[in-house]
Design a protein around this ligand. Structure first.
Ligand SMILES: *Cc1c(COP(=O)(O)O)cnc(C)c1O
Length: 426
């Protein structure tokens, strides 16, 4: 399909274009394996000489259709679905980093990714320096070393909804000859397309708005095809030098703009697994078909809730980038002109304990370890998702101890506000 179609068209019809007599709806290829007539044909697939399906741990047609839809929405060249958002971020980084390498990341990121970068990757010999994303270019540049291989940040940080200056990050990354990886989960390509601002690789937890109905955990890695690996060949031997585990094939030479994603498929999926189940890819695709309708409603409702909280005398503070006096409003206007997302955060007068009691009295908004789906939900990161972090790390991650993360759904905004009001009155 023509990937120059508008986002609404890509949401509905991208990725799967049935030929004559084929199903109108993307089928679930519920098969681990694929049949070939000759041994020779199968051998060519193993040598990556021909493209085709042979085992679902590497590739599956249902997954590929959905990955292609997301690639088109982001304006990228290729993409792969992963079993979760965590797997997507792990693969995005591990595909170009190995023991002895280093990553620079914004510190205000999702708690799971903060642990992945700061704790788990360290055990594999990959170090990370966390930087204040609002610091000056010089300060952030000082975090780079000769062994730095990637820079990482989130368009909208989870849970602090801080807006990243993507152009600034891209400039710094490119000055140091490394790609910028952006986790675009909260904004989705409906509200921001990081490749247009210089990002090189985009990741998603498709678990959030893309699925949108809280039915399946999943992730995606998308490549813009723009980063010139060969120009920085000494940094990326895995992409630019022959791969002994593939008969000396060199990814950049054999696959050009698809080298990065092909390496994830043929190396990381082969050796580590973490493919998305085709059944989940099917559900994700149903979600994507209405992403362009849901995102504006999330934003409209969240702005109404934010305005109401702002005037409420029981509320100590509200953070939502679409509010005109929000510290991130200027960046939001630039990067998210159609609205940010449905997630906002606020604190109540009385702090932590009042926050917990307020949440227990909500009826329509449910306490769940989830954000960014059709139903309004609420979470106290300091007691839940970010429980493992010290107070110091909480501060670094932009999470105040009294912060309530409120994920505004697509119900009627008046009902959501009425629920908040009754819980505050308890
Ligand atoms: C949820 C989330 C993740 C992790 O995704 P899972 O699908 O839960 O593994 C990563 N990044 C961001 C920004 C998230 O919100």
């Amino acid at each position: 399909m023509d990937n120059t179609f508008k986002p609404e068209t890509l949401c509905v019809q991208g990725g799967w274009q049935p030929k004559n007599g084929e199903p109108r709806v993307l089928p679930i290829y519920q098969s681990t394996t694929f049949k070939y007539e000759t041994s020779e044909q199968m051998a060519k697939l193993f040598d990556l000489e021909e493209s085709g399906y042979f085992y679902t741990r590497l590739q599956n047609p249902t997954n590929d259709a959905v990955a292609n839809k997301i690639a088109a929405l982001e304006g990228g060249t290729s993409a792969i679905l992963t079993s979760s958002g965590q797997a997507a971020n792990f693969f995005a980084i591990f595909n170009i980093c190995e023991a002895g390498d280093h990553v620079v990341s914004a510190s205000s990121i999702y708690g799971g990714t903060f642990n992945l970068l700061g704790v788990t990757l360290k055990k594999l010999g990959i170090e990370c320096t966390f930087v204040d994303q609002d610091a000056s270019e010089e300060e952030i540049s000082a975090a780079f070393h000769p062994n730095t291989k990637a820079m990482f940040g989130e368009t909208l940080s989870n849970p602090g909804v801080m807006v990243l200056d993507i152009e600034k990050f891209a400039r710094i990354a490119h000055e140091h000859g490394v790609p910028l990886i952006i986790d675009n989960t909260f904004a989705t390509p409906i509200n921001c397309r990081p490749f247009e601002w210089g990002a090189d690789i985009v990741t998603h937890s498709t678990t959030k708005y893309m699925d949108g109905h809280a039915t399946c955990v999943g992730g995606c890695v998308v490549d813009s095809g723009n980063f010139d690996w060969e120009a920085n060949a000494e940094k990326y031997p895995g992409l630019c030098q022959p791969d002994p585990s593939y008969h000396g094939l060199t990814y950049t030479k054999a696959f050009g703009k698809n080298a990065y994603i092909t390496k994830i498929t043929s190396q990381l999926m082969r050796d580590l697994g973490a493919i998305q189940a085709p059944q989940n890819a099917f559900l994700l695709n149903l979600g994507l078909e209405t992403l362009h309708l849901r995102m504006p409603q999330h934003c409209k409702n969240a702005l109404a809730v934010a305005h109401w909280l702002k005037q409420c005398d029981k509320v100590a503070w509200v953070r939502y980038p679409d509010l005109e006096d929000d510290p991130y409003h200027e960046l939001a206007k630039k990067y998210l002109p159609k609205g940010s997302c449905g997630v906002l955060s606020f604190g109540l007068k009385g702090g932590r304990d009042v926050a917990i009691r307020f949440m227990d009295h909500l009826k329509l908004a449910a306490i769940v370890t989830h954000v960014a789906d059709a139903r309004t939900s609420v979470l106290h990161p300091a007691s839940h998702t970010h429980r493992q972090l010290s107070d110091e790390q909480l501060k670094e991650a932009g999470v105040a101890p009294d912060l309530i993360r409120f994920s505004v759904g697509i119900e009627n905004a008046d009902d959501i506000i009425a629920d908040i009001e009754q819980a505050l009155n308890q």
